[in-house]
Design a protein around this ligand. Structure first.
Ligand code: NIG
Ligand code: FE
Length: 417
């Protein structure tokens, strides 16, 4: 095993570094290194530069020289900051019913929706959930995604939420991709819980939160603030306890009705996700805060509803991440690059804004400062596309896949092998 590796030459390398976290980005702001090389030291980036200049340094460091044949564009490993890939069952029936005219909320009220997945997930063993999560994570990895956030939220009891979070941990341990776990026990009031929303949330915070800390299962707490789930007031009490215990906060906010983004700002959440229903008031509120706004185009495509007002968020000065929301109900597709490209088309986002949303701005949505950019000291997570021009990547709307994916300084996917 070599300590140092030199990879290149890349026709174009987009470091996605030195760019602002918030606000609009024009394509000419994107730094592009041509005929570049990347020198790695173990799992991290040691140096970027002109490939031929790096060659002599690499030789003196006795680096392994990995020479690429043909033209390649190099991007940071993509980051999917919001998914629900640990789940049982299928909701193909919900999808058919929605397309035949029923709404997501009508289906949920009739006993389908999230509760259906809860029933299927509770039936699954931890081992079955591990397998399903690994299978979906591998698919994301092939598409260039090297960090995936994964939520619980289909267990909805102390025991079943623990089963999910332990399954996510086990899947993470057997995969090269990093899974970042989040507790979404506040996804809805479970139908079999005897008591009010307040009682349920108290039980979770009193019994589950301490175990999450003790077992190191997650440091992130999420909640679905919506008329069909929990009110802003109920979640404010819940988040107060989570914050006091040192958890990071993230929110499913403003998906169908507003209220969630105010809670996100009040509790200094790391991110507020969905925002399809946000009006100019919420957009401004978020833009004037440190909360990352996360668009989930996969949920709009799955439900056939409006996209998150991404253009307005950026123009107001907000930070925009883009994630897949991959889940069996509202977002079954699970293809981040395709969805981000489509969001760009509908919302008139520059390629720089779309790429920022799935790299360094998505890292910020997970409170991670070691990835999402290619620069000295950052993780050597990157993906290569067989082309001379980075614009080809979004132009092909996700049908153009990476040929090689690297994670922590190792090749973890190679189309040719
Ligand atoms: O992010 N909105 C709530 N939660 C998920 C959907 C989960 C489901 O329908 O199973 C979401 O879209
Ligand atoms: Fe979600």
């Amino acid at each position: 095993m070599h300590k140092y590796k030199l990879i290149g030459p890349f026709k174009q390398l987009l470091p996605m570094s030195g760019l602002p976290l918030k606000g609009a980005l024009s394509d000419n702001q994107l730094p592009i290194l041509e005929n570049a090389g990347m020198l790695l030291e173990n799992a991290c980036i040691f140096k970027l530069g002109d490939h031929s200049e790096l060659l002599s340094e690499a030789k003196s460091l006795q680096a392994e020289i990995i020479s690429l044949k043909g033209d390649h564009v190099c991007l940071p490993g993509l980051i999917d900051s919001h998914t629900h890939i640990c789940s049982g069952g299928s909701r193909a029936n919900d999808y058919a019913m929605r397309n035949a005219g029923k709404t997501y909320l009508e289906i949920a009220k009739a006993g389908g929706g999230i509760w259906d997945t809860v029933t299927q997930t509770r039936k699954a063993t931890k081992g079955e959930l591990v397998k399903k999560t690994i299978k979906r994570a591998k698919q994301h990895l092939k598409n260039g995604v090297t960090t995936i956030e994964v939520k619980s939220g289909y267990g909805l009891s102390v025991e079943q939420e623990l089963k999910m979070l332990m399954a996510i941990k086990e899947a993470d341990e057997s995969l090269p991709v990093d899974l970042i776990p989040t507790c979404l026990a506040a996804h809805m009031l479970p139908k079999d819980f005897e008591g009010s929303e307040a009682n349920y949330l108290s039980e979770i915070s009193e019994k589950l939160f301490p175990i999450l800390k003790e077992e190191g299962l997650t440091n992130r707490i999420d909640a679905f603030i919506e008329e069909s789930a929990f009110s802003p007031e109920q979640i404010a009490r819940y988040f107060k306890k989570a914050k006091a215990m040192g958890f990071d906060i993230t929110v499913h906010a403003d998906q169908f009705s507003t209220g969630g983004s105010q809670v996100a700002v009040d509790f200094k959440a790391i991110s507020a996700d969905h925002l399809e229903a946000s009006s100019s008031e919420e957009i401004l509120l978020l833009a004037n805060s440190a909360v990352i706004s996360t668009a989930l185009p996969g949920a709009s495509l799955g439900l056939g509803c409006d996209f998150t007002p991404a253009r307005k968020i950026l123009d107001a000065g907000g930070a925009l991440a883009i994630a897949s929301d991959h889940n069996p109900g509202s977002a079954p597709m699970g293809d981040l690059l395709t969805q981000a490209a489509i969001l760009g088309t509908f919302e008139k986002l520059t390629n720089a804004e779309v790429l920022a949303g799935i790299t360094y701005r998505a890292a910020a949505a997970l409170n991670l400062d070691d990835r999402g950019q290619l620069a000295k000291g950052f993780l050597a997570d990157f993906c290569l596309f067989h082309t001379t021009d980075y614009n080809e990547i979004l132009y092909n709307q996700g049908s153009f896949k990476p040929c090689v994916v690297w994670k922590n300084g190792e090749v973890v996917f190679d189309k040719h092998s």
